[in-house]
Design a protein around this ligand. Sequence first.
Ligand SMILES: Nc1ncnc2c1ncn2[C@@H]1O[C@H](COP(=O)(O)OP(=O)(O)O)[C@@H](O)[C@H]1O
Ligand SMILES: [Mg+2]
Length: 261
Amino acid sequence: MTVMSADMTTRPAGSGPGSSPAGAALPMIELTDVSRVYRLDGLVVTALAAVTLTVRAGEFVVVLGPSGSGKTTLLNLVGGLDVASGGEIRVGGRMVSGASRGALAEYRRHTTSFVFQTFNLFPGLTALENVEFAADASGRAAAATIARDRLAQVGLADRANHFPHQLSGGEQQRVAIARALATGNPVLLADEPTGELDFRTGVQVLELLRAQATADRAVLVVTHNREIARIADRVIELSSGAVVRDGPPAGGRADVADLHW
Ligand SMILES: Nc1ncnc2c1ncn2[C@@H]1O[C@H](COP(=O)(O)OP(=O)(O)O)[C@@H](O)[C@H]1O
Ligand SMILES: [Mg+2]
C-alpha cells in the first residue's frame, strides 16, 4: 500500500498488511461501532448501527442482506466515499474515519477499488483505455502495460479495443474487475457485481472475484443473493443496519460450480 497523507493516524512500522512475522494474516479492514445515520427532511434513517467487524488480507468475504439493510452504505464507508456518523474505521492499520477530504482522496486512489452492479465503465473509452485510466489515476507507472496485463488476466486480451457497448454484460464486468485490479490497491469492494448478469456469466465473475483474495488483498462482495454467500470464506449478515451473523457459510464453503440461482 502506498503511504497516505500525514493526517491519517499510522501504526508503528511493521504492523501493516503482509508484514506479520508469524505469517498470520493481519487485519485489513477494521470497523468498530460504526454507525451511519441519514437525516433528510426531518426523517432520521439509521442505515448502519454499531457495526464491528474485521476482514483480513486474503479473505473473500460476502456481506449478505436484504435490500435496505445497509450493504451499500457499509461499502461506501470502507471505500472512503462516505463518512461515518460514529465509530472508527481503520484500513491497512490507518485511520479512515475522521480523515480530511484530502486524505480521503489519497486513500481512495491508493487503497480501495470498486466493482459496481452496473459496471460504470466510461462509454467513450475502449476496454483497454478504461483499465489504463484507473492505473493512471492511482499513480502507477507503465499504466498501459499494467492495463494490458490485467485485461489478459480476466481473459479479455482480444477485446482491448472494444468499446463497452460492443461487449456483453459479463465482459463489461470483467473489464470492471480488470480496472479495479489495475490500481494495485489492496482492498477490492464489489456492490452486487452479478446483479445484472445471467447465471452463467455471473458465476464466471464470482470465480474471478474469489481468485483476487490473495495474500496481500481482501475482497468484500455485497449481495442480497444468499446463494452467492455459499462460496465465501466468511459471511457477514446484515439486517436493518446491524450485523446479525458473522462466520463461515452454513454447511461449509461451496465451489462456484455448485451454485444455482
Ligand atoms: N443518501 C441517503 N439518504 C437517506 N437515506 C438513505 C441514503 N442512502 C441510503 N439510505 C437509507 O439507508 C438504508 C440502507 O441503504 P443501503 O445501504 O443502500 O442498503 P442496501 O445496499 O442494503 O440495499 C435504507 O433504508 C436507505 O433508504
Ligand atoms: Mg445496495
